[in-house]
Design a protein around this ligand. Structure first.
Ligand SMILES: [Zn+2]
Ligand SMILES: [Zn+2]
Length: 416
């Protein structure tokens, strides 16, 4: 199907590696996993993402089920996480909730490099505090995560879109500016100038860009509280040694954002080069009928992140085969199977032939599978009570007692 793909074993090793690193770093910052359904009621996204956004008007997979209820394949998961937070009264527990998710999202976008209609996101949300330190610490976590993946070349873009109070003032100024130029803009922009002018800033139509560049900036119209919040976030980023760039047009294409918005971009990804983005959404819980609950989150485009990791060749998948067990003669099957079972129980990855084979053929299979070691068990080895352990990269062979094979191989693997 257009815009979808199969991820084959040659690729999934790297995906697992990236997800393992994500879980590790999220765990280190005390985030815990939440799993929400892929299907939600359509109204959830219309209310949160915004009725006049590209996502809701053009990109959602929406259909009626057999009872004519309108359902949508989730185009993003922040709305789902906040819905779950409200539905299960997590706010009653008080304090701050730190949640993360990993899974597929669905948007009917034009397929292009690194962009798919079923795409994967690694996302995290902090619910229950509007403190600027949350924003700074969260961005620090992302920087550590990218470091673990070996990604160094990227930019952190930062903006503030203000709160409902200063937004109203800004929208007045923006509408006035748009009145003078909207006739020269695309049809969507002309409509949005009236219905939802902030969305004009998301427009990707090439000829509109110079006009959009000339429009007033949210940062110049923040109320004192929002200004202070933003200054505190940037101040803490400086203290933490995290470089950033101010991006006055960064409003992130969804209606629920307040105050901090951010993206990270990488030059290796070409024109549309953002691979993660997010920000603060202090009003989202109330928009969805919950109690006032400030929030901050990120969605990482996993497909694009992995594209960047592949291009820098910085991370290796963790999917090598440790040992191939080569056995000769029916009498060797039982001791060979027993050894394989013990090695696997010890956490080593092991492959074993299912029929007796000549040694040469077994070694051929072992090297085709990329095994680091081959354990050789023939009549001579059984009589001696010691198996041959062959290092496949050096060709060196050692005689080792069966009970010590796992320990010896592990030690050699650790040495690299
Ligand atoms: Zn404000
Ligand atoms: Zn436009």
């Amino acid at each position: 199907m257009k815009g979808t793909r199969d991820l084959l074993p040659a690729e999934t090793g790297l995906w697992q590696r990236v997800e393992d690193e994500a879980r590790r770093i999220l765990g280190a910052y005390n985030f815990r996993e939440i799993r929400t359904p892929i299907l939600e009621q359509t109204a959830l996204f219309a209310r949160s993402v915004g009725a006049d956004t590209d996502i809701v008007t053009k990109e959602m997979y929406t259909f009626e089920d057999r009872t004519s209820e309108s359902l949508t394949l989730r185009p993003e998961a922040t709305a789902s996480v906040v819905r779950a937070y409200i539905e299960h009264n997590l706010f009653n527990e008080g304090g701050i909730h730190k949640l993360y998710y990993i899974g597929p999202m669905f948007r009917r976008e034009r397929p292009q490099k690194g962009r798919y209609r079923q795409f994967y996101q690694i996302g995290a949300e902090v619910l229950g505090s509007d403190h600027p330190t949350i924003d700074a610490e969260f961005l620090e976590m992302l920087v550590l995560f990218l470091g673990r993946l070996g990604l160094r070349e990227y930019n952190l873009l930062l903006n503030s879109v203000g709160c409902p109070k200063c937004r109203a003032e800004y929208l007045k100024v923006l509408r006035q500016a748009l009145d003078k130029v909207k006739d020269k803009m695309c049809g969507d922009c002309q409509r949005r100038a009236a219905t939802n002018p902030l969305r004009v800033l998301d427009c990707k139509v090439e000829t509109d860009q110079p006009i959009i560049e000339s429009l007033p900036h949210t940062l110049d119209h923040l109320c004192p509280e929002c200004r202070q919040h933003f200054d505190r976030v940037t101040g803490e980023l400086q203290q933490r040694g995290i470089p950033y760039q101010i991006a006055p047009r960064l409003v992130r294409g969804l209606d629920y954002y307040t105050r901090t918005t951010f993206e990270m971009t990488s030059n290796v990804l070409g024109a549309q080069n953002a691979f993660l983005g997010g920000g603060r959404y202090d009003g989202l819980s109330e928009m969805l009928g919950g109690p006032p609950t400030p929030g901050f989150g990120v969605a990482i485009g996993e497909d694009r992140l992995i594209l960047a990791v592949e291009q820098t060749a910085s991370l290796k998948p963790d999917d090598r085969l440790d040992i191939y067990v080569a056995w000769m003669g029916e009498g060797a099957l039982h001791p060979a199977s027993q050894l394989a079972r013990e090695l696997r129980r010890d956490g080593l990855s092991v492959e074993i032939g299912y029929e007796p084979m000549k040694l040469k053929k077994s070694l051929g299979i072992a090297s085709r599978l990329g095994a680091r070691f081959t354990v050789i068990i023939g009549e001579g080895e059984l009589t001696a009570g010691r198996f041959q352990v062959k290092d496949m990269s050096t060709g060196q062979q050692e005689e080792i007692e069966p009970a010590r094979v796992a320990a010896v191989v592990k030690e050699k693997l650790q040495k690299g």
